[in-house]
Each structure stands twice: as C-alpha cells, then as structure tokens.
Design a protein around this ligand. Structure first.
Ligand code: Q0Z
Length: 286
C-alpha cells in the first residue's frame, strides 16, 4: 500500500488520503475547551470518539448510507469513502442551548424557526429543528438560513439533508436518553458519492460533534453540565484562566476524571466494555 498523504489537520484530528477513493481519519487524544486546544491529552479520548462514531454509523445504516469502511486495530483510525463534502454543517437542535439560546433570547427565532414564547435556556424544543451553519473566515461556525443553505448546495439537497439529519437525531437522541444521556444538539457533515447519493461522513453523534448532558442532572432554566468536559471547564474556571491561548496544563485528577467520563459515555451508549473495544475495535461493528 502506498503511504498515506496528509491532507489536513482539524483541532483534534488528522486526515490522510489512502488512495483516490479512500481516506483515513485519525482521532488524537487532544482536547479543546473554549475553542483552545489544551497542552494535556486525555488518554484514549480519540479511541472513544472513533468507536462511538463507528457504533452509530452501523446502527443508522437504515436511515442513511455513510462513509465508514473500517476501523483500524489501533481503535483511533477510520478508513472511509472519499466524498465530495457539502459546504454546509447540518446542525440539529433538540434543546435550546449555545448560539440557539442566544438567538432565541434576542429574536424569538433560531435560524428562521419561529419558536414558542417563554422557553428557558436548555428547554427541550417541541420538535427538533434543523439549523444549518457554515464555516466562517474566523473558523467559527456561523448560523445561516435555509435559503442561504439552498444557495450553497441547492434546495433539493438541503431538503434531503434536513430530512435525514432530523431522522438521525430523533433516532440517536431517543436511544441515548434511554441510556441516561441527553443529546441536546448535534452536527452532521454530509458528502455526495460518485453516484450522486447523499452520504453521512466525518464523525457523528460523539461528544465532540454534539452536546451530551447527563440526563439525571437535567435542570432547564440555565446552562447544563457537559457530560464529558465538565471537569475540564470547572478546573479552568477555578484557576481563573482567561480562555485565550495558551490553555493550562491539566492536573492528573482532572485528566483521570475526564477520561472516565468519555469511557463511561462509550460504555453507556454501546453497552460494550471499553476494554473489549481496545482488545478488538471491531466489536462496535457487530
Ligand atoms: C472531512 C476534517 C479531519 C481535518 C474533509 N469521507 C470524506 N470525504 C471527503 N472529505 C472528508 C471526508 Cl470525512 C473530510 N473533513 C474534516 C477531518 C481533519 C478536517 F480529521 N474534511
């Protein structure tokens, strides 16, 4: 096999070309908070995210085809089909949080969706809403309207991506809630294959591409604790870090607590032991 050619770096992932049709996505153990990558890694975080995404890809195949070809024995690398990615991030929100809450508080709307009056921060929405976004110059995602999304990829393609995104979110949110995790919102990235079919790509339904909240602590009316990153955020607040580069080193107890939360999310959602995944990552594909 020819050597993989490095195509690009995300904040916490690397992307390589294996050949004309296949890519390799490698999830590192890096962690970001308040948009800054911290100097301390969380051991196995990349394996948790890779295993979880693969678990969901297998279980959502009846809803939509996806790019997954294989998970490598290292547990952090995914071989995937090379797609023509759409320049639109397909965000679905089931709860009012983040920029959705900010927009609602200002205007009563989120990305053109008129919402009921009187909703509080973190309230569940009557129905999940599709709130597309684009990567702005700043590197931050910028919410756009359905009309703007249609201008970017075509009205039919947006309608298809919206329908599939909502179906994926409903399926995964219901599944996760039964296992004690609220998926407040999530971001899907789709591509188009050579046959022109819409295909789910990237990493889906992980704590890095979604807001996971512990269901047993859910209390709308304010922000919710993060299932995975709360120890990191609490530590950053405690030491008074200004939330600009560079980020602080994390002490061992914060690293261990955070790793435990990632592993716990994996085990709660998959019903598999994380040790079994480490021994043989293909357990998530069955
Ligand atoms: C994903 C990204 C990463 C940097 C391109 N199946 C696919 N086909 C074509 N392109 C992509 C995929 Cl997943 C693709 N990204 C996001 C991932 C590092 C950027 F690991 N960019």
């Amino acid at each position: 096999m020819a050597d993989a050619v490095h195509l690009g770096s995300g904040k916490v992932r690397e992307l390589y070309a294996l050949d004309d049709e296949r890519l390799l996505l490698v999830a590192s153990d890096r962690i970001s908070t308040f948009d800054v990558i911290l100097p301390t890694e969380i051991p196995d975080k990349g394996r948790v995210l890779t295993g979880l995404a693969a678990f969901w890809f297998v279980r959502t195949r009846a809803i939509t085809p996806n790019h997954l070809l294989a998970v490598r024995p290292d547990g952090r690398s995914t071989e995937c089909r090379r797609l023509e990615m759409l320049p639109v991030e397909c965000v679905v929100r089931g709860y009012l949080s983040g920029s959705g809450w900010k927009d609602y508080a200002k205007t009563g709307e989120v990305c053109g969706h008129r919402l009921p009056k009187g909703l509080r921060e973190s309230d569940r929405l009557p129905d999940p809403i599709f709130t597309p976004a684009t990567k702005a110059q700043s590197g931050h995602d910028e919410n756009i309207t359905g009309a703007q999304a249609a201008a970017l990829v075509g009205a039919e393609r947006v309608a298809e991506a919206e329908r599939v995104s909502i179906a994926l979110y409903r399926f995964a949110a219901a599944y996760a809630l039964e296992r004690g995790i609220i998926i407040a919102d999530t971001k899907f990235e789709f591509g188009v294959d050579r046959a022109g079919r819409l295909v789910l790509g990237d990493e889906a339904l992980t704590p890095d591409s979604s807001r996971f909240w512990p269901a047993d602590q859910y209390a709308p009316g304010g922000p919710q604790p993060s299932y995975d990153k709360q120890y990191v955020r609490d530590y950053c607040e405690k030491i008074g870090w200004g939330k600009t580069y560079p980020g602080p080193e994390l002490p061992p107890d914060v690293v261990a607590g955070t790793r435990r939360r990632y592993v716990e999310a994996f085990e709660q959602l998959t019903g598999l032991s994380f040790d079994a995944y480490l021994a043989n990552p293909s357990v998530v594909l069955k």
